[in-house]
Design a protein around this ligand. Structure first.
Ligand code: ZN
Length: 374
């Protein structure tokens, strides 16, 4: 028998499945922290799965993960946005808003992360927007699972006005050829798309290296998005407690408010759990290097007797989460450390308040745990 840390029900071992501390859409990691026998299947599939989809498609953190998805997954990916609570504005510095309809996937070129405007078909429906790059369409010819997913989007009842295409080539001619190639792929899904030559637009980018990519976004943090954030923090705490051999900690009444919030109890307000949201990355720039740390960061602190989690994802937004009172018997001196998750090289590193320790190659197993901080 095991007890679920969320619904608190005691169930047989087979009623539990693996729970990733960090949602898989945020990356997969070597020695990934995974909870076993901790979160029941009912909570996992009936409560959290839908929430996580929404999080991925309609928060800045989720949308950024989709921009990085090609680097995280190391294969062609598509993107899907809901645009209800997160509005993106993107443009190249020297151009008009020609590119604002195109999804900016990140790629690595010459050891630097760059924006790649990949030829893509953009499908707009009232409640979502999907960006399907041409290499995803190519992949779907041999990948039946992917093909099924695309079929659910690319249905015959799509109207002409729901579809836009981006050719992304070095000349108008090549761009048109690309559009024709995408249209041929759509034909395989029963969609007849005849490019409207009169409406075609071609923009010369010129020297791309001189272009500066700018993006701004407006986000409304919803109760649902807050629940996903709180769950990541509590998962991480549970993993720390488990590794420290003190799993009972997570059942302390100190965490009842947090647990109720995560489970969707509307009486716990968002502002009482997510106490601060700011655009100030926990670790932005590595000392003396002209590069930003591309990682997700989670750490815990004790502040005025409360256990505070601070989390920051690709988007740079820092979320402060009040988890509840610091459980009795904890030595505050042992707090203040956490982990950086690097989805691109799939590594996890312990972090400390001392920047010199960032990137130390300590194994997760040895360093994980509130009671075993560096
Ligand atoms: Zn449960």
């Amino acid at each position: 028998m095991q007890r679920c840390i969320y619904c608190l029900a005691e169930k047989e071992d087979e009623c539990f499945n693996r729970e990733h501390v960090m949602p898989e859409s945020f990356g997969t990691f070597e020695n990934a922290p995974v909870l076993h026998g901790t979160v029941c299947m009912v909570c996992n599939s009936e409560v959290f799965q839908l929430l996580e989809h929404e999080f991925k498609e309609d928060t800045d953190a989720g949308v950024f993960c989709q921009m990085f998805s090609r680097l995280i997954k190391r294969k062609p990916t598509q993107a899907r946005l809901r645009g209800k609570n997160t509005q993106l504005k993107k443009r190249f510095s020297m151009l008009d808003d020609f590119f604002s309809d195109v999804f900016p996937f990140f790629v690595v070129e010459d050891d630097r992360i760059k924006v790649a405007f990949i030829p893509q078909v953009i499908v707009q429906k009232p409640d979502f927007l999907v960006y399907i790059p041409i290499d995803v369409l190519v992949l779907a010819r041999t990948d039946t699972k992917l093909r099924k997913r695309l079929e659910s989007i690319l249905t015959r009842d799509l109207e002409r006005k729901d579809i836009k295409m981006f050719g992304g080539a070095d000349s108008l001619e090549d761009g048109l050829e690309m559009i024709r190639r995408i249209a041929a792929h759509l034909a395989e899904y029963g969609i007849e798309y005849v490019p409207d030559e009169a409406k075609n637009k071609y923009n010369e980018v010129g020297d791309v290296s001189k272009q500066h990519f700018e993006m701004s976004y407006q986000v409304t943090l919803t109760q649902e998005a807050g629940r996903v954030l709180a769950k990541i923090a509590f998962n991480y705490f549970a993993k720390c407690a488990q590794d420290a051999g003190n799993v009972e900690l997570v059942f302390e009444p100190y965490f009842n408010r947090l647990r109720a919030f995560i489970m969707g109890d509307g009486t716990v307000e968002l502002k009482d759990v997510i106490t601060n949201v700011e655009q100030k990355a926990i670790i932005k720039d590595l000392d003396g290097q002209d590069a930003s740390l591309v990682a997700h960061v989670i750490n815990f602190e004790a502040v005025n007797g409360d256990l505070i989690a601070k989390m920051c994802f690709f988007s740079g937004t820092v979320f402060t989460i009040n988890m509840g009172k610091v459980p009795a018997g904890f030595d505050r001196a042992e707090f203040g450390c956490g982990h950086a998750f690097f989805p691109i090289d799939q590594k996890i590193c312990p972090i400390s308040a001392n920047p010199a320790r960032i990137g130390d190659a300590y194994s997760v197993a040895k360093s994980f745990g509130l009671l075993n901080r560096l």
